[in-house]
Write a new protein. Structure first.
Length: 150
């Protein structure tokens, strides 16, 4: 199969993979990756909020918390990208984060944090269902026809 250099048509063509990576990910995996990407954005937003609320009395705690949120957001973003591209490397970290999210949801179940618990639990269950679906498992376990596995 050839892939045009110019998406609008024309120009030369070069050999390309048998199929586009984005089309390689089944729908449940794409949904899971999308939810994980949203979780990553929330963590980055929490980093920004933490940095905006810094004061001298808790400077080191605020900076370390912001860096923790940033690292988590970047890590989840990378895992979401890997899942979106049907790469196995994103599966383990995402599964672990969702299990932690379920534990947090359980701890937040009482008022006044019930809404947070529901959002955490629903997001985690959607991601876990998407990752553990038969199509997603097959896409992540079997790799691509061109043999590219990570």
């Amino acid at each position: 199969m050839t892939v045009p250099d110019n998406p609008a048509g024309g120009g030369s063509t070069q050999p390309g993979p048998a199929r586009d990576r984005r089309s390689a990910a089944p729908a449940p995996l794409v949904v899971a990756a999308s939810v994980v990407a949203l979780e990553a954005l929330v963590l980055v937003a929490l980093c920004v909020v933490e940095l905006a609320s810094l004061d001298s009395a808790r400077l080191m705690m605020g900076v370390s918390t912001a860096l923790f949120f940033l690292a988590g957001g970047v890590g989840l973003g990378a895992a979401a990208w890997a899942l979106w591209n049907a790469r196995r490397s994103g599966r383990g970290p995402v599964l672990m984060v969702q299990l932690v999210a379920l534990g947090l949801a359980w701890n937040f179940r009482a008022e006044p944090t019930t809404a947070i618990a529901v959002v955490l639990a629903v997001a985690a269950v959607v991601v876990l269902a998407g990752l553990l679906s038969r199509d997603s498992m097959a896409a992540l376990d079997h790799g691509h026809p061109d043999g590219d596995r990570d």
